[in-house]
Design a protein around this ligand. Structure first.
Ligand code: PMP
Length: 418
């Protein structure tokens, strides 16, 4: 048996685990082994406490009331924006728009930016490895505006072909929208290079960072990304809160998508004018608790250090890939080693249906995802109906990976004997 080459030094996983009450749960009489982090992550006590504190001590609507609680809620909501903006190194806090999540953020761009910048015959460039969230909104825009979707070729591990990409750019290309890390293959796309090439041709780029921001340092200014979308619940925060980062100049030129309270400057009976950033894109009462919870999640990640989290995950990913590779029957999708990938590991076990593997792992208390992972075109490209996916985060341990591998071996024996 190969051993883990990396020492589990930083971060101190046992003390991190103590912060996550759910990790003490038993599932089917076994301790929970939670390896479904690409779907959603667990919440540490400081995040849960931030939500409770808001509801128990200063619950109020924001930006409106002049009373003390409203002022406190507003200050905490805006502070969460500031800390999230700093986390991704946005130049200004108002470039960070609170949304419901990645899906909501990309739909906002496809509507608010797309409807006024895309016309019939234009082109939008995506890849075949996109999550449905970064595909369907552009298809819907195509139905409204008549543009064409084009797809950058990718190899079987999901690496994009930069040479072909450059050739695809033309006068009618309006935007490039691409995932930073595939939620199926784990592959990291060369977004910095893609952005450089796109910008050299005057074309903006949206980055679906749902799987990258929680796991690796993402600096929006260094990348020079025009839009970046991600979700709070995949980075230790609550569900129902996410971020659309947009460059100030682009956001300022966009009309709002959701009309209503808070996003206006002056409302007449027949006309209205819009508020500035970020309110223009946050019509209605927002997810105040969610934003405050996300702020606490950002603090938690900062306290451990995003680079330490990446190092820990890469150590476990390396170990998991080695161990899975050693199982004859396992086919791993995506890059076979840790170069250019994150801790999302999709695989198949012989001819056994992924759902059956998922069910058997669950009997051992191991939570993985089995399915198409909201990437049906990619499943077709891989010529599989579904995959099993184990995805790693800061609280996972080498021992949990060993349990996963042992459970897969048992599942294989069970089906071989059946
Ligand atoms: N893009 C990617 C790459 C994802 O992994 C996900 C979530 N699985 C999404 C977008 C959508 O995120 P949400 O459901 O939080 O909107």
């Amino acid at each position: 048996m190969t051993t883990n080459r990396y020492a589990e030094t930083a971060p101190d996983v046992e003390s991190i685990r103590a912060d996550f009450p759910i990790l003490r749960t038993q599932v089917n009489d076994s301790p929970l082994v939670y390896l479904d982090n690409a779907a959603t992550t667990q919440k540490p006590r400081p995040v849960i406490e931030a939500l409770t504190r808001y509801y128990e001590t200063y619950n109020a609507n924001i930006h409106r009331g002049l009373h003390t609680l409203s002022e406190q809620a507003t200050a905490e909501y805006e502070s969460a924006r500031d800390r999230t903006a700093a986390f991704i190194n946005a130049a200004q806090s108002h470039e960070v728009i609170f949304t419901k999540g990645t899906t909501d953020a990309i739909n906002l761009v496809a509507r608010a930016w797309g409807d006024s910048n895309v016309t019939s015959g234009d082109e939008i460039i995506l890849t075949e490895i996109e999550h449905h969230s970064n595909l369907v909104p552009w298809q819907m825009l195509a139905h409204r505006r008549g543009e064409q979707l084009r797809f950058i070729p990718t190899d079987p591990e999901g690496h994009v072909d930069l040479v072909e990409f450059e050739k695809m750019l033309g006068k009618r290309t309006r935007i490039v929208a691409i995932t930073h890390m595939s939620n199926v293959l784990g592959v990291i796309t060369p977004v910095a290079e893609l952005i450089r090439i796109a910008h050299a041709n005057g074309i903006p780029v949206l980055v679906d960072a749902a799987q990258s921001v929680p796991h690796m340092r993402v600096d929006v200014q260094e990348l020079d990304a025009d839009f970046v979308a991600f979700s709070g619940h995949k980075m230790l925060g609550p569900t129902g809160i996410g971020i659309l980062y947009g460059k100030e100049s682009i956001l300022n030129a966009m009309d709002p998508f959701i009309g209503g309270g808070s996003m206006i400057r002056v409302v007449e009976l027949h006309e209205s004018s819009w508020a500035g950033l970020p309110e223009r894109f946050e019509g209605g009462t927002p997810n105040i608790a969610g934003a405050i919870g996300l702020g606490a999640a950002v603090d938690y990640i900062n306290q451990i250090g995003i680079n330490n989290i990446t190092a820990h995950e890469m150590s476990l990913t390396d170990y998991a890939l080695q161990q899975l590779h050693d199982l004859d029957s396992v086919r791993i999708f995506g890059p076979p080693d840790t170069a250019n990938r994150g801790g999302v590991i999709s695989f198949a076990v012989g001819e056994i249906h992924p759902h059956d593997i998922g069910t058997l792992l669950d009997t051992d208390g191991i939570a993985v995802r089995a399915g198409h992972h909201c990437a049906q075109p990619l499943m077709r490209k891989l010529e599989v109906p579904a995959t099993v996916r184990a995805s790693i985060y800061l609280y996972n341990t080498t021992d949990e990976i060993a349990q996963l591998v042992a459970s897969i071996s048992r599942a294989k024996e069970f089906f071989d004997g059946a």
